[in-house]
Design a protein around this ligand. Structure first.
Ligand code: NAD
Length: 355
């Protein structure tokens, strides 16, 4: 089915409110999920609602939690998310880091023990929207491992996303690298399974460590695994991301000495920089314009597929989906309705809300 963003936002907000969130929190998290759908990342969109509700009922996400400042030491800020909704506690941490960066020119900020922070790009967008550059390293734990190490045959860590954002110019929108370090995000395996489609080649292995395109291997015992992107290089990036995100923040890595309660915990390490305090904004803009124009002028190998830069695919998806609506497959839709039922939000009302 095809649903407009506003309807999905209303429905998601209503389910989260029924789950105990204050209205402002429900609206923020609902908008965050729908923005992920609009950006083309259904993996991090409203399809996460069933998992959020499962975690809610198990006490693994705590509504109406704000990030707690653990340490404030000049350009260093440490926060604990207390299993609050990730969008809210990471938003708190980013707001404080952006304000501090205006004074100090550079900030390293950590956030431990947040529930799922979702599409990491949104935190990069907060920084670039404030004229800052930011780098984000995030690990994922509290559930079983999903990604196999290079040369390994079973999962030992998760999809550990990395995001790097730069502000835009008069001619170019902000640049946004935002990616899982696995070959594809786990949510994309869920989407393939729900849509009954094979996963892309080269991204999954079965429990024997052999290549497979069956997304079902991630949902059966014994479980298969995702592969890192880019062979040994993606693997190496995933390893340092795990450690930057957790070992500096006081949050857990996925090693078995730490509890795994079956929810989702994200820890984040981020660095924010004010370009005005380095080579200056004029130089940054000059080089962004010159370099991006040069790169994008490369003649496309396929005339139907022009050269893009990071952030372009999400903008193109957003324009298209705002106009034409968001496709929600039947399995995901049914799971969302069941999640609503589980927190006392009846499906008849759910269907009315998206009409
Ligand atoms: P992806 O592979 O679709 O895109 C990765 C990056 O490549 C993006 O910055 C995109 O703009 C860029 N890109 C894509 N095609 C391009 C092209 N043709 N030219 C230039 N650049 C291009 O993203 P993904 O790895 O599937 O990640 C999806 C989302 O999942 C991200 O938002 C990420 O933050 C999120 N995620 C979150 C968690 C979590 O635990 N919170 C874990 C993993 C992933």
């Amino acid at each position: 089915m095809r649903v407009m963003a506003a309807g999905l936002r209303r429905l998601t907000g209503a389910i989260l409110t029924s789950g105990g969130s204050a209205e402002a929190e429900a609206d923020l998290v609902a908008d965050h999920l729908v923005q992920a759908n609009l950006a083309g990342h259904d993996s991090h969109g409203v399809g996460m609602v069933p998992a959020y509700v499962r975690h809610l009922r198990a006490g693994l996400v705590v509504p109406n939690t704000r990030a707690k400042l653990v340490k404030d030491d000049g350009p260093l800020l440490m926060f604990d998310g207390g299993r609050g909704y990730g969008r809210c506690v990471a938003g708190d941490a980013m707001a404080a880091a952006i304000a501090r960066c205006r004074e100090t020119g550079v900030v390293a900020v950590t956030l431990a023990n947040a529930h799922h922070i979702g599409r990491v790009g949104v935190y990069g967008e907060l920084a670039s929207g404030a004229g800052l550059v930011s780098l984000h390293f995030v690990n994922v734990t509290d559930h079983r491992a999903l990604v196999a190490p290079f040369r390994g045959s079973d999962a030992r860590f998760s999809t550990n996303p990395v995001c790097i954002a730069l502000p835009g110019t008069d001619r170019h929108p902000p640049l946004l690298l935002d990616m899982a370090t696995s070959a594809i995000a786990m949510g994309k395996v869920r989407v393939a399974r729900n849509e009954g489609k094979p996963a892309p080649a080269g991204v999954l292995i079965d429990p024997a460590g052999q290549p497979t395109r069956d997304p079902g291997v991630m949902y059966r015992e014994p479980q298969g695994a995702l592969l890192p992107f880019g062979g040994h290089k993606g693997y190496a990036l995933a390893v340092v991301t795990e450690l930057l995100a957790a070992a500096l923040s006081g949050g857990p890595t996925i090693q078995p000495g730490n509890a795994r309660l079956g929810g989702i915990i994200n820890n984040m390490f981020a660095v924010l920089l004010d370009p005005a305090r380095l080579a200056g904004v004029d130089w940054l803009r000059r080089e962004l314009d010159g370099f991006l124009d040069y790169v994008k002028a490369s003649p496309p190998a396929d005339p139907a597929a022009p050269v893009l830069v990071p952030g372009d695919p999400e903008r193109i998806a957003r324009d298209e989906r705002l106009r034409a609506g968001i496709v929600v497959d039947a399995t995901t839709w049914e799971e969302i309705l069941q999640a609503g039922d589980a927190v006392g939000f009846p499906r008849a009302q759910a269907e009315a809300l998206i009409a």
